[in-house]
Write a protein that binds this ligand. Structure first.
Ligand SMILES: *Cc1c(COP(=O)(O)O)cnc(C)c1O
Length: 361
């Protein structure tokens, strides 16, 4: 009863824009089921359009791509935390990130056991406080890194904590820390391979930070937490249908908390899509955390009710009352519609459960 539609032309347009903005390698970040576009379909589409370097967060995502026959570079952003994981990474020819003594040792040992030299990316923590060797103490690890005989560093990267901010200074600080680390490594005879720090927002705003590669996720979808001055299309809409129609009298409440009362006899349509599907998320603030979204919904819905629309048969229909988890009620009084008619809704694909069908049109 619900399908997530991805318009190929629009997606291709975004890819073309992003490619035209840089000569650096574009690493497509495909975490979260490819930002909801369906990891396998999206990966195939990217490959068909000339993007052949991928990054994922989970080993299972990388394995899935390998099992579907992808043979290109896949960088795993999350470091290994056990021997078992390290061996799986090596066996599937996935590029691990090493960001600590532990993760580096695990990979090196796996390389030894399997008699392989493993290509890795070195992760530097320049102020995110998550994965990576801390920028101002990595000097202490130089000799350790050099001693890893089964590892070859083919890339070095860091992640920005504030790329969507207008405070360029914060971003600059991380960037400079990164370059300083790289310089220190190189001076000590450690090769750093391809350098990358920019995610979508940094990529779009700071050309000077493109370095050898950029890691792009949200920009492919045109759903970015900064002003879209780049002509990127918003990718993804939900296709559902009206499953019920009924007449309500004037003065009748609709939905949780009685926030809406009919102003006239109203013919309502019920559509089985709710905030669980990411519907009703504030438009200018695309976000990728479900909890944030629930928070926005909680605060904004009262104000929002008047402004949310869906499309039925090419016409706008207003959403009445609060959006609930699985359903919305729309006003079809002035529309000539029947049960089963198609309804189109704007949703952020990343929130759509993997089990829901993806359709590339
Ligand atoms: C998610 C992620 C990205 C991509 O971020 P976008 O802002 O969606 O482009 C890049 N790098 C890392 C390490 C990430 O986790």
């Amino acid at each position: 009863m619900k399908t997530l539609v991805i318009e190929k032309e629009k997606l291709k347009h975004n890819i073309d824009i992003l490619k035209s903005m840089t000569s650096s390698t574009i690493i497509a970040v495909l975490k979260g089921n490819g930002y909801g576009l369906g990891i396998v379909e999206f990966a195939r589409f990217l490959l068909d359009n000339g993007i052949d370097y991928f990054a994922v967060s989970e080993i299972s995502e990388a394995i899935k791509l390998r099992e579907e026959g992808f043979e290109n570079n896949i960088l795993l952003l999350t470091p290994a935390s056990s021997d078992e994981e390290a061996e799986t990474i090596v066996q599937y020819n996935i590029i691990p990130s090493i960001g600590s003594l532990n993760s580096a040792t695990l990979i090196n040992e796996a390389g030894k056991r399997l008699d392989r030299i493993i290509d890795v990316h070195l992760k530097i923590d320049t102020g995110f406080g998550r994965f990576g060797f801390i920028w101002n103490s990595i000097g202490d690890c130089h000799s350790f890194l050099k001693s890893l005989e089964n590892i070859r560093i083919v890339g070095t990267y860091s992640h920005l904590s504030f790329s969507f901010s207008k405070k360029a200074k914060l971003i600059q600080v991380q960037y400079e820390r990164f370059l300083k680390c790289v310089e220190g490594l190189n001076q000590n005879g450690i090769r750093t391979g391809m350098l990358h720090i920019a995610n979508s927002c940094a990529f779009l705003q700071y050309e000077s930070m493109h370095l050898d590669a950029v890691r792009i996720g949200s920009a492919f979808l045109g759903r970015i937490p900064i002003e879209n001055k780049y002509g990127l299309n918003r990718i993804g809409y939900m296709k559902s249908k009206i499953i019920e129609l009924k007449e309500l009298p004037k003065g009748y409440y609709i939905g949780y908390a009685n926030t809406y009362k009919t102003k006239r006899p109203t013919r309502i349509g019920i559509v089985p899509v709710g905030y669980k599907d990411g519907f009703g998320v504030e438009k200018t603030k695309d976000t990728f955390r479900f909890l944030d979204i629930l928070r926005y919904i909680y605060h904004d819905l009262k104000l929002f009710n008047k402004r949310i629309y869906v499309r039925v048969k090419g016409k706008k229909a207003k959403v009445l009352g609060r959006i609930s988890m699985y359903n919305i009620v729309i006003d079809t009084t002035d529309l000539d519609v029947s049960i089963g008619d198609e309804v189109l809704l704007d949703v952020n694909p990343v929130l759509i459960e993997t089990s829901i069908k993806r359709e590339y049109l």
